[in-house]
Design a protein around this ligand. Structure first.
Ligand code: HC1
Length: 589
């Protein structure tokens, strides 16, 4: 242990801890604009400067490890004056039209400028406004260079966390800017739309593209019937954006709020998450049969999940030769969209033309997914508008709803019922666990051999997880699987996805089924989730997801009564004709 004093408070921390981390241990907040718990140390913004007794120099607390006997002051006159000047300089380079900015009230620079009372200052006249671009061509993300303070959180996110490198540093010195390959718009480069950069940007330089006004118009349109679906990971995070602590399950209040906002049908993506499990689980078993019994070389194993659009875009760019390994099952969002304008429209006797399909997602890539040309199997754009968790919170605020005091409501029926297996889609490993709960039972007629259906080896935040389930005494139809060890792998975050795919490519692993989610922690850590999203917050959201699963009366997708009913009334059978028409696709880019 290393002992030091920070603002005269004794602190004892592990060797290698930075001054910033040590201060946080004793609840002293040192401001910073470039540091983020998910990212490596950068020391770019210098806002976190502190003073060390006996030294003339100020130290960047995010980059400086503690040493024995250190005496640190985080708020001396020298520190305050340096910090204020740095903030003034940053503000002077930033297009500070705060009242018109999407991040107004949620901008870390604005908050510091307010704390340090940055009013009129000399720098504003000294630094000429540069000509900077606003890229709003992507369906998911807006990049506004005039708001950028060059902290490089986005660059580190894209490079280290996601291993994509769509964002990079261009030029040097005063000309330095955050750019893309040949300064092309984001939609033309390898950006996966995951929005992890958006979630970490301290200012309004990277934001989601918002569709709030379009959704309000649809709600207020007399003729339109607006259907809303909510993703699994929204219900355990929305509360954070409305003043509640992380880890609160707000499913019932969210449903209540959506009704008050004026949505005509309040339905659940979890319903189609259950449907995905039936379709994807059957697809996996069919693939195994074709490979193991028929020796069909055209059929690819391992099969990978397809529900994370950031992952699909990643594999298209990085491992296109493995596109046939991706499950043909559409994501739950898109299955929902195509059913909303076909089966559901008919059921409620509304013309498909008059249905407006809105989804609330923890994800910015879902906006891109809904725009893909493959996602029009209803004859219309299957999902018209995708809102992030943050955008829904804004709608609730705009409508003057006191979220905390709302009563708990139930989803509408039909397409509002779901199992615990669907809820856990929102956490890394959840799709795998849900699939195994169903696939094992389909093959053997027995429940998966894990205590209380909890397949713990695929849970948790470990970067890459492996689990094997041995199939014993299968039903006659599946006798070819007797004794087969079903090998699975789960990865979250695209840098881990890359590691897994490289191992597959090099023949180092022989998995049957791989779950990949583009975002750290899975959807609960999505780019559209409330800010901040930190490792501790992801952990709390994850615990909430598994709590919600454990409280559900039905915990297996194949036991969802509405799923059984839709097969009986409409789809007829998994992988059948209707399913192929509406629920499956093939990515060819
Ligand atoms: Fe997800 Fe999914 S789990 S991809 O993370 O398969 O976004 O929550 O909605 O579609 O169900 C996201 C979450 C989400 C889909 C489902």
């Amino acid at each position: 242990k290393v002992n030091l004093r920070i603002d005269n408070i004794a602190v004892s921390v592990e060797e290698g801890t930075t001054i910033l981390e040590a201060a946080r241990k004793v609840n002293i907040r040192i401001p910073t604009l470039c540091h983020h718990e998910d990212l490596c140390v950068a020391g770019n913004c210098r806002v976190c400067m502190v003073e060390q007794k006996g030294s003339d120099r100020l130290l960047p607390s995010c980059a400086m490890p503690v040493s024995e006997g250190m005496e640190i002051q985080t708020n001396s006159l020298k520190v305050r004056s340096a910090r204020k000047q740095i903030i003034e300089l940053l503000v002077s380079e930033h297009r500070a039209d705060c009242t018109r900015c999407y991040k107004n009230g949620k901008c870390e620079l604005q908050e510091l400028a307010s704390e340090y009372i940055i009013g009129e200052n000399g720098f504003i006249d000294l630094v000429p406004l540069k000509v900077l671009t606003i890229d709003n061509f992507s369906p998911s993300i807006i990049k506004d260079d005039s708001k950028c303070i060059r902290c490089q959180r986005c660059v580190r996110t894209c490079d280290q966390l996601q291993n994509i490198g769509a964002l990079t540093v261009a030029y040097k010195g005063k000309d330095m800017k955050i750019s893309s390959f040949y300064e092309k718009p984001m939609y033309e480069v390898v950006c996966t739309n995951c929005g992890q950069c958006v979630n970490r940007c301290p200012t309004g330089a990277l934001t989601e593209k918002t569709y709030l006004e379009q959704v309000w118009s649809a709600i207020n349109h007399e003729k339109k019937h607006v259907v809303v679906q909510t993703a699994p990971a929204v219900r355990i995070a929305l509360g954070e954006a409305l003043g509640m602590p992380a880890g609160e399950i707000v499913t019932g209040k969210m449903v209540s709020a959506l009704r008050r906002l004026g949505f005509d049908s309040v339905l659940d993506t979890d319903f189609t998450a259950d449907l995905t499990i039936i379709e994807e689980g059957n697809e996996l078993l069919q693939r195994l049969k074709k490979v193991l019994v028929d020796g069909d070389k055209s059929v690819k194993i391992p099969m990978t999940t397809s529900c994370s659009p950031g992952w699909v875009k990643f594999i298209e760019h990085t491992f296109p030769e493995y596109l046939d390994n991706v499950s043909t099952a559409k994501s739950p969002q898109q299955m929902f969209g195509s059913l909303a304008k076909t089966y559901y429209a008919k059921k409620i006797e509304v013309e498909a033309d008059d249905i407006v399909s809105v989804s609330v997602m923890p994800c910015t890539a879902k906006k891109y997914e809904a725009d893909r040309p493959e996602m029009r199997s209803s004859g219309y754009k299957d999902v018209d508008f995708v809102l992030t968790t943050r955008e829904l919170a804004l709608m609730i605020k705009q409508a003057g709803i006191d979220f905390a005091s709302l009563p708990e409501d139930e989803y509408d029926s039909f397409m509002g019922e779901s199992s615990g297996a669907a809820v856990i889609f929102g956490a890394t490993g959840g799709v795998m666990e849900a699939a195994l709960r169903t696939a094992y039972e389909v093959v053997t007629g027995r429940e998966v051999p894990f205590d209380d259906l909890n397949i713990t080896p695929v849970r948790g935040m470990e970067e890459i997880k492996e689990a094997a389930v041995k199939i014993e005494n299968p039903l006659p139809e599946w006798s070819f699987l007797d004794g087969v060890e079903l090998k699975t792998c789960v990865a979250h975050g695209l840098s881990n996805a890359k590691k897994v795919m490289e191992a597959v490519k090099e023949g180092k692993v022989d998995y049957h089924f791989i779950e990949i989610m583009a975002c750290p922690g899975g959807c609960l850590g999505g780019g559209g989730q409330p800010i901040p999203t930190s490792p501790a917050i992801r952990e709390k959201r994850s615990q909430a997801i598994y709590r919600e699963d454990s409280m559900k009366p039905i915990r297996k997708s194949h036991e969802n009564p509405e799923v059984l009913q839709i097969y009986e009334e409409f789809l007829k059978k998994p992988l059948g004709e209707k399913s192929h028409e509406l629920l499956h696709t093939h990515y060819t880019e």
